[in-house]
Design a protein around this ligand. Sequence first.
Ligand code: UDX
Length: 483
Amino acid sequence: MPRPRLTFVGTGYLGATYAVCFAELGYEVLGFDVDVARIAALTAGTVPFHEPGLTELLRRNLAAGRLRFTTSYAETADFGDVHFVCVGTPQRPGGTGADLSYVESAVTGLAAHLTRPALIVGKSTVPVGTAEWVERLVAKHAPGLGVQVAWSPEFLQEGRAVQDVLRPSRIVVGVRSEWAGALVDAAHRGILELAAAEDREVPVVVTDFATAELVKVAANAFLATKISFINAMAEVCEVAGGDVTQLARAIGYDPRIGNRFLQAGVGFGGGCLPKDIRAFQARAQELGAGEALRFLHEVDLINQRRRGKVLQLAAELLGCPPGPGGPQFAGARVAVLGATFKPHSDDVRDAPALQIAAALARAGAGVRVYDPAGMANAALAQPGLRFAESLDDAVRDAELVCVLTEWPEFRTADPARLGRLAATPLVIDGRNCLDAAAWTAAGWRYRGLGSRPADRAPAGWTALDQDDPAGRPPLPRPATRPV
Ligand code: UDX
């Protein structure tokens, strides 16, 4: 079978990355979106979000003539043999299930313009049962044309999306006919050829619709569970006097457990894991298997508690009094380093860093936020917050520094230099990403998440701060706040 022509319907984060990478693999590609500004930007060679390496590939493939973008369904239908549906499936307003309205309008908009056999491949993360529903939509809006449906979930991570598309860990496809299987195979051949050229193998799992849909949400549920598991251990370490970083390292040496996704801290955020575990629970409930996923509710709760932990710790360290709705920070100057949900991304959706910054500000702290890539999106999401021009600007005169996204710029910053800028060398490492020994040696009072609070001696002890190698007593409470 010759290489099919591909379209990507929805050029958000997922669709734009796929369109560019498949053009890079040599396919003729057309990207579609209803958003005129987005299509204009992509056509002009501008990636409307932060993703390392993508701009260069976009420009190269536009110039090579393999990649174009459009806002016309008619043109899209006419161009493609295989149409990948890459639109968002956000959380339903006021609910926990997935909103499929974008999938519906993409499929019906496309199907209404199809005039010949084609394959529609769902890539969006959806509740199990969606592929069958899409088949019914296609039968209604493009009857008798031989248009078929397949489902092929994606597993790309923001910040390393180009690699994840070109060199995926696996390809999963749900199909119902040999013809669809052959077409999907042809559409992915470029990935397999690249792997062969690099002497790698990419496992391919061909399965039914339900399994293909479930693979995606099951993978995300597992990853979220792994993070919440280690954060639950962090909670125990905090009261028992253990160190979760060492604990994670020690359990991670067991190959059955593995050491990835065991980084304790402020928890997971972003546009996928939080909403996907809620949508998965809602769907399981609808199917009568709600009990099977009840643990995901706990995974979510553990994750939410991590955000509160930073506020609690900040109040404790600054000596701020508790208020009726939580601690009151009465003007304490706090630098929040990080706004995005993870480094190498400008995405602030459900970002722990930004939520904590906003909560500190609401509780009366004078917060200054700095993020290397997420400031524009953060300012849109939280217009009331104050943003600093640079790392130094954020830290200058701060009484507390909170590192909440593990950007390399923060991890590699010189703690001695920052210590001279801060009013008080006090740092909460919300991602356990700093070199604690170096920061402490530079004079900082360092506090990671998931170890015993440095100011609190174990029960029965009356000694000075046990975690401080210099044996200094706890910091005096800042004079600016009532005690
Ligand atoms: C995730 C899945 O990893 C990906 O396979 C899927 O396609 C989309 O959802 P992404 O949202 O890009 O990808 O982020 P990911 O790298 O998974 O991180 C999610 C969150 O978990 C981030 O906030 C990150 O900081 C946090 N995290 C990750 C931890 O707190 N600890 C860890 O050990 C790992």
